[in-house]
Design a protein around this ligand. Structure first.
Ligand SMILES: Nc1nc2c(c(=O)[nH]1)N[C@H]1C(S)=C(S)[C@@H](COP(=O)(O)O)O[C@H]1N2
Ligand SMILES: [Mo]
Length: 529
């Protein structure tokens, strides 16, 4: 070894330089990989690929915990976690590399192979998906080699006070600066190139003119909106609509090249449609509240929108599909997205007369990319994971016995109708209120059965009927409000809804797994004079 002897101060310095070199090499590798991924596809970048592979392999209980703890930031937390592990590994590789450049480079190569393997394991992946990680590993290993060699090189004569800095400090510093600069340039180029790569998709969305509905939705009844401060609008703006999916980068599908295929068991006339062909069919507009099975009692993963789309039942009939009740052989419709998500929906439900849609529009606009552009499914009355496939590209008929979709393989129920739920949106939990009249208000939903009553009670007292906003069909939530005379003290408010069939929301507390949480939402508040 050169210049590294037992002196602990020197050791620390070379180790620090090695760690710094390792981090810089990893940064260079990631920048190079990002540049390559912009050319291949965004999902193939190593952090995204490893993140996606982790998502797919994470046990359901851990995933539910992550969603509970981090909400919609769970993806950010995951990416930061992976970046932290990578940073530690890189720093270690640098420290090791000062002792043995080969060993350091081997670590870089191994990490790159792991990234490549993750990218190849993703659904819809091709061999090209391995390239960004491999390119990144090659760059990282090369840069690491140069940097650790500089650390090992002895200090040139007259290069600073001997004994404090054993290596070629200036050479190392220059190399480090050059690496950081080159990485920044490559990173920027990757971003620009990535934006350029999805420019076609963006233009296809900007240029999409949605045809008017053949069957428009009636206007939302004026009385549906109770206008109580603290309760969101009746129709949730797309920008505020909850988002739940496994995609670490939002797929940006070019509508110009998009196709939908419909095939499988018992389809005499399989279909393959472009977007203009789909849009040439009569469009239906319908207000539907969508909610997630992972939504806990009182949780935020529910939203209401005006959807525009082709009735799925019409398309199935056009292809010659019969529901099981009419002797059709397939009871499950499996939707597949461009990112390999699979979502299984009962054929019977889709064809029972409800407005199950292949949606292209949300609140009067083409679907946002995050919500499934260009086409997604929405089925009133079913949780999203069994009905609402975004970035849809394939519909296949099969049976529940023959095929388990993505979430079903992860312990969720095969079939999951929405459970009756109600939520107190105001007052907020632990609010400090002044005594007197307080508007207790929120929303209640039981899609496709409708909501017939909402009741509220304070401190376990008698149930009081809340005033309901006007119903906008049976497939949307209803707002409710109850005027409460708040007396000083600590109080618990509870809510329960009754659906359109007269069934009262159950008090039984059940977890989100396997088919949706139950129980009553309650909020504790304190009232001070
Ligand atoms: N392609 C794809 N579609 C998907 C998902 C997904 O992970 N990938 N998640 C489903 C789930 S679990 C829900 S609750 C809804 C959420 O739709 P949103 O994000 O538009 O609110 O999308 C569904 N469709
Ligand atoms: Mo969901």
């Amino acid at each position: 070894m050169t210049g590294v002897r037992a002196d602990p101060a020197r050791r620390r310095r070379t180790a620090a330089a090695g760690a710094l070199g390792g981090l810089a090499a990893a940064g260079a590798g990631l920048a190079a990989a990002g540049l390559a991924a912009a050319l291949v596809r965004p999902e193939s970048s190593p952090l995204t690929a490893v993140g996606g592979a982790v998502v797919d392999r994470t046990p359901t209980a851990v995933k539910e915990w992550a969603v509970r703890s981090f909400g919609t930031s769970d993806k950010l937390v995951l990416t930061l976690g992976i970046a932290t592990v990578l940073a530690l590994l890189s720093a270690g590789a640098g420290i090791l590399g000062v002792r043995s450049p080969r060993a350091g480079c081997a670590v870089a190569a191994a990490v790159g192979l792991l990234g490549a393997a993750a990218a190849l394991s993703r659904p819809e992946a091709g061999w090209k998906d391995a390239l960004p990680s491999l390119a990144g590993a090659a760059v990282a290993a090369g840069v690491l080699y140069l940097l650790v060699t500089a650390v090992r090189r002895p200090r040139p004569a007259g290069g600073g006070p001997a004994g404090t800095w054993p290596m070629d400090r200036r050479g190392f510093g220059r190399l480090l600066a050059a690496t950081v600069a080159a990485s920044a340039v490559a990173g920027y180029a990757g971003r620009r190139l990535g934006a350029h790569g999805s420019a076609g998709a963006t233009a296809s969305r900007d240029g999409l003119v949605l045809p008017p509905p053949a069957a428009p939705a009636p206007p939302v009844p004026a009385g549906a909106e109770l206008r109580v401060p603290g309760v969101g609008p009746f129709l949730t703006p797309a920008g505020d609509f909850y988002r739940v999916d496994t995609a670490l980068v939002v797929p940006r599908v070019d509508a110009g090249t998009w196709r939908l295929t419909l095939h499988g068991d018992g389809i005499p006339r399989p279909l393959s449609l472009t977007l203009p062909q789909l849009l040439a069919r009569p469009l239906t507009e319908h207000d539907i509240t969508l909610c997630c099975v992972s939504n806990e009692v009182g949780g935020p993963y529910v939203g209401n929108a005006r959807w525009l789309g082709v009735r799925l039942a019409d398309l199935l009939r056009e292809a010659g599909v019969r529901p099981p009740s009419r002797g059709g052989p397939a009871d499950q419709l499996v939707a597949r997205s461009v990112d390999g998500m699979t979502i299984g929906t009962p054929v019977e439900t889709v064809m029972d007369g409800r407005d199950a849609l292949l949606a292209v529009g949300m609140n009067g606009e083409p679907l946002p990319f995050a919500h499934g552009f260009p086409v997604r499914m929405v089925v009133p009355g079913l949780y999203g994971y069994v009905s609402a496939c975004k970035w849809l590209t394939e519909l296949r008929l099969t049976t529940f016995a023959a095929y388990d979709a993505y979430w079903v393989r992860r312990s969720w129920a095969q079939q999951a109708p929405v459970k009756t739920q109600s939520r107190i949106d105001t007052p907020r939990p632990y609010a400090k209120l002044a005594p007197g009249r307080v508007a207790v208000a929120g929303v209640a939903w039981a899609q496709h059965r409708g909501i017939s009553r909402v009741e509220v009670r304070a401190d376990g007292g008698p149930w009081r009927e809340a005033r309901l906003g006007d119903a906008d069909g049976a497939d949307t939530w209803r707002q409710w409000v109850w005027p409460w005379e708040a007396a000083p003290g600590e109080h618990t408010l509870e809510v329960r809804a009754t659906d359109g069939r007269g069934d009262v929301q159950t008090q039984e507390v059940r977890d989100t797994l396997p088919d949706g949480a139950t129980g009553w939402h309650s909020v504790r508040v304190s009232v001070h004079g």
